[in-house]
Design a binder for this molecule. Structure first.
Ligand code: SOE
Length: 361
């Protein structure tokens, strides 16, 4: 007999759809001891809610999130709303005894993320840093943990989009401090920072600059960072919405003593690998097509060459979370990892405002 897990989702935008799909699909790809009840979809637009609930199979809808997070027939609250609303909702849901999942960035400040982390401590929680669960990225993590890179010299990350330069695109909550709390440093660079901290360990200090291209906009359209990692490697991070021609280029390259790894979300089924231990005259970069039986998530998704996509990263994140939940294990990335990213964001913003190197707690 499977245990019922009654879910409330708050958010009816792009992430609301991505999460709804993951809630519908996780049980198809991961062996879960739960019967997922998609209980209630909560948002601000009542008319849109009804249609979305019908499309994705949510049993009820509500525009009253405080009531939803307190319902006795809800076990888990999944937050997929504008960044400025994350803290109040997550803390209220935790106070009501719920399991709490929250989209990235966890918060709009490290002060908020510290309160959120404290509120959920000791209770299952997750931040939707979904790109850890791209099979190619998980393979990179495995190879790094196996020592295939050896001593790391450079970690280079980019998260490049181009929609900031699209005059046909109306302003939205992401393009104002009132809605998002920041620009690309929170929306895009938090993905790069979470991956960097997971793949290459803690950051020690950063030096940053931020720039706004759009007249009158009060957030960063582009953020560039130099960094030093605790393991002695040098880092660079770039995030922008003005990289013409780049649709969703979340990419990294890692250069080590024994080899190098590279990934680009716009080619997400491949992992670039350069083995520097091979005879020099035979060395060349390989583009591994990820999906072989021994590769991460091969047992969950399709055969080699029948490629996984963007939605599968959310399905895998949720599948892994629910697996950890069933075993009583702590899941990563949780609010503690989300808070760690916010501390890096705070140092980046401080350096960009004041100049100079800023240490990270
Ligand atoms: C920004 O355009 C965005 O939607 C991010 O907010 C998401 O986190 C990322 O996965 C895709 O791009």
């Amino acid at each position: 007999m499977k245990q019922k897990l009654r879910v409330a989702l708050i958010g009816q935008g792009f992430m609301g759809r991505a999460h709804s799909n993951a809630w519908r699909q996780a049980g198809h790809f991961f062996d879960l001891p739960y019967e997922i009840e998609t209980q209630v979809l909560c948002g601000r637009n009542a008319e849109g809610l009804a249609k979305m609930a019908s499309t994705w199979g949510w049993h009820e809808t509500s525009t009253d999130w405080p009531a939803v997070v307190s319902r006795p027939d809800v076990d888990l609250v999944d937050i997929a709303v504008p960044n400025v609303l994350h803290a109040e909702m997550a803390i209220a849901a935790a106070a009501a005894g719920k399991i709490v999942l929250c989209e990235k960035p966890l918060a709009v400040s490290s002060e908020e993320s510290a309160r959120m982390e404290a509120a959920v401590r000791g209770r299952p929680n997750m931040v939707w840093f979904n790109y850890r669960r791209v099979p190619a990225v998980s393979l990179a993590k495995r190879m790094i943990d196996e020592g295939r890179l050896g001593r790391v010299f450079h970690y280079r990350a980019q998260y490049l989009q181009e929609w900031g330069n699209d005059p046909t695109r109306p302003p939205n909550w992401k393009t104002s401090r009132a809605g998002a709390g920041s620009g690309v440093v929170g929306d895009l660079m938090t993905h790069s920072l979470d991956l960097a901290l997971w793949l290459n360990g803690p950051l020690r200090e950063v030096m940053a600059m931020q720039h706004t291209f759009a007249a009158g906009r009060d957030i960063d359209d582009a953020t560039l960072v130099m960094a030093r990692f605790a393991n002695g490697s040098l880092g660079s991070f770039e995030a922008t919405r003005y990289a013409t021609g780049c649709r969703n280029r979340n990419a990294f390259e890692i250069h080590g003593e024994r080899g190098a790894l590279g990934f680009d979300l716009e080619d997400l089924t491949r992992l670039r690998w350069f083995d520097a231990t091979e005879p020099r005259d035979l060395q060349a970069e390989k583009k591994i097509l990820v999906g072989a039986a021994t590769h991460p998530y091969a047992g969950n998704f399709w055969k080699l060459g029948h490629v996984s996509g963007y939605e599968h990263t959310f399905i895998a994140a949720l599948g892994d979370f629910l697996g950890a939940l069933s075993r009583g294990e702590r899941f990563e990335p949780g609010f503690a990892e989300g808070h760690r990213v916010q501390l890096a964001v705070r140092a980046i913003q401080e350096s960009a405002n004041l100049g100079g190197w800023v240490s990270i707690e």
